[in-house]
Design a binder for this molecule. Structure first.
Ligand SMILES: Cc1cc2nc3c(=O)[nH]c(=O)nc-3n(C[C@H](O)[C@H](O)[C@H](O)COP(=O)(O)OP(=O)(O)OC[C@H]3O[C@@H](n4cnc5c(N)ncnc54)[C@H](O)[C@@H]3O)c2cc1C
Length: 586
């Protein structure tokens, strides 16, 4: 097996991975950086982000407001020291992107425009029309090209972290074009592999969001933190799950039930205000967990519009007018027309909640370091945690910039402090073991299970039992089904035994990662006998700070369910309080 020696190997070339690569190259031009991605970097999910990135910039706003919105939005499960770091660094990162060429939308006077976003009580979401992620990713990508020390490995699929001498020293990856396995030997590894929404059937997430990096770290002994917190975004197209950004509501769009009532007023999200008034009561700008939960209740009451794709609410943007929709929400209009045949200029668009984001992920501290020396993580795959029990829209793009950079600085410092000499023979042996596991899967015959069959069962289980509302009974059933699916996974057989772009093999590996992540979600959810943020239990309806103001840590066990442990949340100055969204959004 070929060994590629590098100082830092970055697993993932989306927003977090690219930002980390640039920060490393800037911090120390002498470092060799390998940037590995299973897709061409511009196809990473960051490209699909629409609404924008949060950072304080206007004079009526403050870091304190951003801190309070984020901590309250996260139902007090955020580590407050990490949130402080996020809000302080956010404006610097967004201005840095501007200097690298990101075309942020502007006010008429030329200053940066910001838009309202859910749970943000001040306007602080920077945007580039409704293609913010596309422009951010292009900006990072083109900037990364300036640095000869960043060596890209596009279309390489990472399979195993290589740990020796108690520290992470690289990972193995399949070169998809040839089917060859390579060993990226590195002094430090940064995982920036994105989310895992594809374990659910109805999601905004791109097909590549299968939790690979989370599973790799988990199997290497790093806990997955707060996995029970899965975010539903309230407004997905009902047929495809394609996201219609929260910016639709930020720009003034409203949500109606089948009687034309703005039903959110019945769920603690502010009294009704005249439509089209520039200053809205919180209402449609409530946080995503609350809005999705309100949908669930209205659905139970039979107040939703039935469509051939299930019950929907109506997202009405007609009063915004064609000019504003074209200027601020061109992609939304395009997608609603293309995928659903509904033009938001003339008709309300049916939408329903859709799985969108993982609050949980690889356990890291505020410096993006995991408990495994040499391993760092940033972006959606990581749990720092700044999102707590419910992420506020537009904090994720900011998080991957702030903590992508922070992971790079921590990795550079770790290397600077000196790591011991590598034991090449031991590393080669570990890499060969990883290769042997893959070969066994590749050459297996007589398998009785199919990838598609197991994936379908996993998705159905997650949708039925780990959705917006959960119960102990349902979660128990989900845990049992997932344990069974993990067992049956050992009996899958590949149909394609060729080497070049073997997508059968990749899908098998992705399914393995999703099954591990899914089990961590359901076991963590079953153990959390309270309701907080995106984790709502029908059998434990109240938040229980005495018992659960703690992060869940799921620890991998090769046989059987993960072990669950807890760690206290870092509270610096905001004690748990009541989440109030009845006030005015400015
Ligand atoms: C439709 C949509 C709209 C969104 N809009 C917003 C928004 O407006 N504002 C906001 O703040 N957030 C938004 N989010 C969330 C946000 O975009 C994501 O959380 C964020 O972009 C994730 O970035 P990342 O760098 O962590 O991962 P990604 O951009 O997903 O990149 C992951 C990288 O890891 C690589 N990778 C994964 N597994 C492997 C493997 N096994 N081997 C090799 N490489 C691998 C991939 O190839 C990819 O390069 C949105 C999300 C979606 C889905």
């Amino acid at each position: 097996m070929e060994t590629i020696r590098t100082d830092v190997a970055i697993l993932g070339a989306g927003g977090a991975g690219l930002r980390a690569a640039i920060a490393l190259a800037e911090a120390n031009p002498g470092l060799r950086i390998a940037l590995i991605s299973k897709v061409y970097p511009m196809r990473s999910h960051t490209c699909a982000a629409e609404g924008g990135a949060a950072g304080v910039i206007k004079s009526d706003d403050s870091l304190e407001h951003h801190f309070n919105d984020t901590v309250g939005g996260g139902d007090w499960l955020c580590d407050q020291d990490a949130v402080d770091y996020l809000v302080q660094e956010a404006p610097k990162e967004l201005i840095q992107l501007e200097h690298w060429g990101c075309p942020w939308s502007r006010e008429l006077d030329g200053s940066v425009a910001v838009r309202p976003f859910g749970g943000m009580k001040k306007q602080r979401t920077w945007f580039a029309a409704d293609k913010s992620g596309f422009h951010i990713l292009h900006t990072l990508f083109q900037t990364s090209l300036q640095f000869p020390s960043i060596q890209r490995y596009d279309e390489y699929y990472a399979t195993d972290l290589i740990v020796d001498d108690g520290r992470c020293q690289g990972f193995t990856a399949i070169e998809m074009r040839s089917g060859q396995m390579k060993f990226f030997q590195a002094g430090a590894v940064i995982v920036a592999s994105g989310g895992a929404g594809r374990m659910f059937p109805f999601t905004t997430n791109g097909a590549i969001k299968t939790g690979d990096g989370m599973a790799l770290a988990y199997r290497a002994g790093v806990p997955l933190k707060d996995m029970e917190f899965v975010q539903y975004h309230p407004t997905g197209l009902p047929n495809t799950g394609t996201l219609l950004t929260e910016a639709c509501r930020g720009e003034g769009g409203i949500l109606l039930n089948k009687s034309g009532r703005r039903f959110l007023q019945d769920y603690g999200m502010g009294p009704e205000t005249p439509v089209g008034k520039p200053v809205l009561k919180t209402m449609e700008l409530g946080p995503r967990d609350r809005v999705s939960q309100a949908f669930w209740h209205e659905q139970k009451k039979g107040n939703m519009v039935s469509t051939r794709w299930g019950d929907c609410m109506l997202l009405d943007m007609r009063h915004l007018g064609e000019k504003k929709i074209n200027e601020r929400l061109p992609l939304v209009r395009d997608m609603a027309v293309s995928y659903l045949g509904v033009d938001p200029v003339t008709d309300p668009v049916p939408v329903r909640p859709v799985v969108h984001y993982m609050m949980g992920g690889i356990d890291t501290d505020i410096s993006a370091a995991t408990p495994l020396p040499g391993l760092f993580a940033a972006g959606e795959c990581a749990c720092v945690s700044i999102n707590g029990a419910n992420r506020l829209g537009s904090n994720s793009l900011t998080e991957l910039l702030v903590f992508g950079r922070r992971a790079a600085l921590s990795a550079a410092a770790y290397l600077g402090a000196g790591v011991g000499a590598a034991n090449d023979a031991a590393l080669a042996a570990r890499a060969t073991e990883a290769q042997a596991r893959l070969r066994e899967l590749f050459e297996r015959t007589g398998g009785t299970e199919t990838i598609a069959g197991l994936r379908k069962e996993m998705m159905a289980t997650m949708e039925e039992h780990a959705g917006i509302y959960r119960s102990g009974e349902g979660l128990k059933q989900a845990c049992a089904t997932l344990a069974d699916l993990r067992r049956r996974y050992a009996a899958i057989e590949l149909h394609d035994k060729t080497n070049v772009y073997n997508t059968d093999l990749l899908q098998a590996l992705e399914l393995g990662a999703m099954l591990d992540c899914a089990e961590a979600v359901t076991v963590s959810a079953l153990a959390r006998t309270e309701s907080r943020g995106a984790h709502q239990r029908l059998d434990f309806t109240a938040r229980d700070d005495a018992k659960f103001l703690r992060h869940t840590l799921a620890l991998y066990r090769p046989e059987g369910a993960p072990a669950i442990d807890y760690r206290d949340v870092v509270i610096t100055r905001s004690p748990p309080g009541v989440r109030d969204y009845s006030g005015e959004q400015k």
